[in-house]
Design a protein around this ligand. Structure first.
Ligand SMILES: [Zn+2]
Length: 334
């Protein structure tokens, strides 16, 4: 049983709470921390999709906020950012790994966006959190791959970069430790792309803060088709329509911007991701690419998903008999 475990701050990553715990308890090694929290000596510490939440929450004292592991999934992991774009058949194994698995749930995503290598922070958030809570912490929206601006303060994030911090997967490193070490640098942003980066960051933040968005990805794709036609593309036919849309997209998002967030269009043998996202049913594309497309249609995540839900074609994920047991797992966790 874990006698004392810090309560999480709003929007704090679960990894960050574990890092504060490790620092408070002054464990000599990461092995000792993992053994105490998760019941295994060696665990690849993953910031976006934490694992072994079931044994962890079972070990907490009654009454702790995180005793209910749904609190971790919903409010202290990045799962709500990915969930609306994941087919149900892929959500369930990821949640299962988050509950009990030793591996990383993020491996199951198959995303082509480079995963998080360095933890990020906003200096204004650091100042505000120190005033409000007495210490800073890792915020989950800052750690999303491709996010470069703080949606609250609208300034570029900083990356922690020292040799030790690069190894954060093998250590628990608190934000105070990283920021106090002065080993960081500001992320450079092309000023011409500032508004787009900010819009994407705000939409990512909205997704994280709306974890109950239980939407069928097929509805999202139908909405894309509808919005494509509303852009006046109805006068084009077949391949000409697709080419016109791609041209419009590239005009809005130049190649150097797309490359800076791992989303360039020209390097895929099976057709670029923009074609797949519009055409292919049941596939997963990284949320940041969906957010680019949503932005291209003139929407924010909030206005887009609200429009999906008021659309007559909207329906929540169906509970088929085959999916019943798996769906129960999904509902239990989220
Ligand atoms: Zn900030």
């Amino acid at each position: 049983m874990i006698g004392h475990f810090p309560h999480p701050y709003p929007e704090e990553l679960f990894y960050s709470v574990c890092a504060r715990y490790s620092e408070q308890m002054q464990y000599p090694t990461k092995i000792a921390v993992c053994d105490a929290l998760f019941g295994v000596p060696n665990l690849n510490v993953i910031a976006d999709f934490p694992t072994r939440l079931k044994p962890f929450s079972r070990n907490l004292l009654p009454g702790h906020t995180l005793k209910d592991m749904r609190q971790i999934v919903r409010y202290h992991s990045q799962f709500p950012y990915y969930a609306p774009f994941l087919p149900v058949r892929r959500r369930v194994p990821i949640l299962s790994i988050m509950h009990v698995g030793p591996k990383s749930g993020s491996r199951l995503l198959g995303s082509r966006i480079p995963r998080l290598n360095r933890l990020k922070f906003c200096p204004e958030c650091v100042n505000a959190d120190r005033i409000d809570y007495g210490e800073c912490f890792w915020r989950r929206v800052h750690q999303i791959p491709g996010i470069k601006i703080c949606p609250t303060h609208k300034i570029p994030l900083y990356e922690s970069w020292s040799q030790d911090l690069r190894n954060y997967r093998n250590e628990f490193i608190s934000a105070e430790q990283a920021v106090g070490g002065h080993c960081f640098e500001e992320i450079q942003i092309d000023i011409r792309h500032y508004e787009i980066h900010l819009s994407i960051a705000c939409s990512a933040d909205w997704l994280l803060k709306n974890p109950g968005l239980n939407i069928n990805p097929d509805v999202i794709q139908r909405k894309y088709h509808e919005l494509q036609d509303k852009r006046g593309l109805y006068k084009y036919a077949g391949n000409t329509k697709k080419q016109k849309f791609e041209k419009d997209f590239i005009e809005m998002f130049p190649p150097e911007l797309l490359a800076s967030i791992g989303s360039d269009l020209g390097d895929d043998m099976h057709g670029n991701w923009l074609k797949r996202i519009i055409r292919t049913k049941g596939s997963f594309t990284d949320p940041i690419r969906h957010l680019l497309l949503i932005h291209c249609f003139g929407h924010t995540a909030e206005s887009f998903f609200l429009s999906c839900q008021t659309d007559p074609s909207w329906s929540p994920i169906r509970r088929t008999k085959v999916q019943q047991s798996k769906f129960s797992l999904y509902k239990m966790a989220t």
